[in-house]
Ligand binder design. Structure first.
Ligand SMILES: *Cc1c(COP(=O)(O)O)cnc(C)c1O
Length: 374
């Protein structure tokens, strides 16, 4: 069965992986809300040994990148487990455009003297290549949040590294269907399963995937010692969401391309960032790194922050909410968030869901036009 699964396309793997094989077993691994198990079969305590539900999620997501995965309570818990690997005095390099939780985690550790942090522009490939020689943790996020800049993972992962250094890629926006960082040579690939893998905005979970067995064991140990375990229901829902990831992603990124093209021609829109648009600064890199351009668009409005806030209030089909990757489209003005004031003031981040493209466009266009008429 494992051999069969290794020959499948990702679309089939998502549906068939992580299922019991024993006759009479349920076709779907159920949520197993157990703290302890009867001794004798190697599984005694959930926080140490895992549960069948977490393992189903790990098997599905890990297999997508031909690696082994560890599931966590959230994307940030998975990320913190990677930072947990660092020795005191380590050098961490972060992108200039980066998930704010990671920036906060890195800053908190730096303030306590645990490590030092440098920042580099996502598209400064030569800078990243140079940084690899001295850094202990190279942290990449591609496409980045929310400017959607695409890093040249191929070139950066090939660069000579300090022995023992970790190259980590936050692959949440791409998912392993659009980009497999471990194929380029990254040490570990991170997913906030809260986003596209879960896909329904009803759970928090995270997954770290690696092909390095020692790191896999260390990440599991970190989960055991920090207690950053996924919930039984959350892991079950993440598995349930993953079954349809390929369909949802394909549909949503087709729609994102349509909306990005239409936004680019909109008289009240000044800048559209979507890696699939030829006008995107890293479009050429995106074409080499990504199988699909993803489901997130960010764009700026002629009327500035005030107009953008009204657009968020005026949308009806699209919901005014943070986060991303759900079946429902959501929109948010990112510079309104504390700590994000460096972003263009009117920047709206649109997470495209699986609704009809014309319905979404009609809603967005009406919201922009009515806002500018107010
Ligand atoms: C949401 C997100 C995270 C954090 O994930 P949580 O599940 O919210 O902890 C990390 N990186 C990126 C790119 C994200 O979008």
């Amino acid at each position: 069965m494992e051999d069969l699964l290794s020959t499948l396309k990702p679309e089939s793997w998502l549906v068939s992986a992580g299922r019991p094989l024993d006759p009479g077993a349920p076709l779907n691994v159920p949520p197993v809300p157990a703290s302890n198990f009867i001794i004798g079969a190697g599984r005694e305590y959930a926080r140490d040994d895992g549960t069948p539900t977490w393992e189903a999620l790990e098997s599905i997501v890990g297999g997508l990148e031909s690696g082994r995965a560890v599931a966590f309570a959230s994307g940030m818990a998975a990320i913190a487990a990677v930072f947990d690997q660092l020795q005191a005095g380590s050098v961490v390099v972060l992108p200039d455009d980066c998930y704010q939780g990671v920036v906060g985690l890195a800053a908190a550790g730096a303030a306590r003297g645990r490590w030092s942090v440098q920042r580099l522009a996502v598209d400064d490939t030569a800078g990243w290549v140079r940084a690899c020689a001295a850094a202990d943790l190279i942290w990449l996020e591609s496409p980045s949040n929310p400017l959607l800049t695409v890093a040249d993972l191929g070139a950066i992962c090939e660069a000579p590294r300090k022995p023992g250094a970790i190259v980590a890629v936050d692959n949440t926006f791409a998912t392993p269907l659009n980009q497999r960082p471990l194929d380029f040579g990254a040490t570990v690939s991170l997913q906030s399963a809260t986003k596209l893998i879960g896909g329904h905005s009803d759970l928090l979970a995270g997954v770290a995937t690696t092909r390095d067995d020692a790191l896999w064991r260390a990440l599991k140990k970190s989960r055991e010692l920090t207690g950053a375990i996924p919930g039984a229901l959350e892991a079950f829902l993440a598995v349930r969401g993953a079954r349809t990831l390929a369909l949802r992603l394909e549909r949503a990124q087709q729609t994102a391309m349509i909306l990005a093209q239409r936004l680019e021609r909109h008289p009240l829109v000044t800048c559209v960032r979507y890696p699939g648009l030829p006008s995107h600064p890293t479009h050429a890199i995106a074409r080499r790194m990504l199988k699909g351009f993803g489901t997130i668009i960010s764009f700026d409005l002629l009327g500035g922050a005030a107009l953008a806030d009204v657009v968020c209030r005026n949308v009806r089909l699209i919901r005014h909410a943070t986060s991303l990757g759900g079946v429902e489209s959501t929109i948010e003005r990112r510079a309104a968030i504390p700590g994000q004031e460096h972003l263009p003031p009117s920047l709206l981040r649109l997470s495209v869901g699986i609704e009809d493209a014309d319905d979404l466009w009609a809603d967005l266009d009406a919201a922009i036009r009515s806002a500018s008429a107010e």
